[in-house]
Design a protein around this ligand. Sequence first.
Ligand code: TNX
Length: 509
Amino acid sequence: MLILSAVLFSCTPRTPMDLLKESIIPKPASVTATNSSFVLSEKTAIYYQQSSEDLSFSGQYLADILNPSTGFNIRAEATGQNPGKGSIYLTLSDDKSELEKEGYELTITEDLITITAQNPAGIFYGIQTLRQLLPAKIESSSVQEGPWLIATGSIIDKPEYEYRGAMLDVSRHFFKAEDVKQFIDMLAAFKLNALHLHLSDDQGWRIEIKSWPNLTTHGGSTKVDGGEGGFYTQEQYKDIVKYAKERFIIIIPEIDMPGHTNAALASYAELNCDGKARELYTGIEVGFSTLCTDSEITYQFIDDVVRELAELNPGPYIHIGGDESHVTPMEDYIPFINRVQKIVTKYDKKVLGWDEIAHASLEPNATVQYWSKAENATKAVEQGAKVLMSPATKTYLDMQYDSTTRWGQHWAAYIEVDAAYSWDPASLVPGIGKDNILGVESALWTETITNLDELEYMVFPRIVGHAEIGWTKASDRNWDEYKVRLGNQSKRFKAMRINYYPSKLVPWK
Ligand code: TNX
């Protein structure tokens, strides 16, 4: 008895576990298993290396994930020394150039977990992987029973594309800052690094512009089907930007123009060629509105908006929309886009725009977001621009899964979970290869989506597949293997309280 209890209580259990069998999404570049386990316990501490680059946020972020479900009181502290047994250690290293900007190395032994990266972003992504190596109930907000075992081995990982994003349309239906933050946390869990906010459209203007206040007081007052709209004050917007930045996500603000501008045209009569303010719009037709492209006040307006946005937004891009300007003649559209691009670059931002802007003369550094016309994407590449891949038939999250889906539309396609996953950005458009591509972005248009629950149902699990397309090499991806890893996420989604679509094509566990 004595010997037995000595064995039981004196040493940590060394449960054999296989790191290769873990269902990690996005799939890492390389995994080596050493077939034992690390035990997370109340004695575990998180240490981060003292350094000029701050890791304290990531350390605390990890502690905040681990503590509610384990009931432990794990702390995150800076240290100048090598941490002792049982710790989790976050450390930056200059001589890991193979990890590039966002890569990480995660090493798990029986005694120590180490995440090493060149930059804090890599540490954050290593933490996301570590999260997925723990039992799903680690995501629970109430105390759960252990043991909290992690398979030993090492993972060396980095992304395929530098831009891995999501777009949220907050114009058709408004989403409060708190909802946007929750969405940001979901994106971060799958290593996405960009959130594009579609801040203006016919139905609503959602960002306070101090020099043009009616945009929000009037233009932001309603939404699709009527009722109360909403907008972000500049303070709220800055807070979203900061929240995202801590999670290594940049915000891309979009002001759609010259079309999709009815909310602005309703707010200021002088933006209309006939000098008459338009009525607010609560329908879902597209392509009927346009700014007055040959009036100087239009460019003064855009200059003011871009200047204020540039001040609010540390990220490199401003998205100028440019899609579906069906009532702007091409001979007006082209000079308009050319002039607006100059305004964006004047404020030291890079231009992003929907694929139609490729008709204009693109600024060096401009990126074109391919959603519809391959010939536009090709035109962009011929001008030396990069392409952001958002093909409507694969990445539009407002497209229904099938004919029974309660929300959404299907003008581009029905997109089941396999169709969303099984494509390669670098071989989608002939002549456009990996070198021409900035990355991948999934887009949620919200004509039919009114709240976070509906948002989650349309977004999950398809965006998880898109996250893998952006992160993992095409040669390492295939649906039959992926669907098993995805099926293993159901408990995790539930613990994270994500309302996902339980597709019949996925073997949910
Ligand atoms: C097309 S995609 C649009 C949006 C709509 C969406 C609905 C794009 C650049 N324009 O205005 O919301 O379809 O699926």
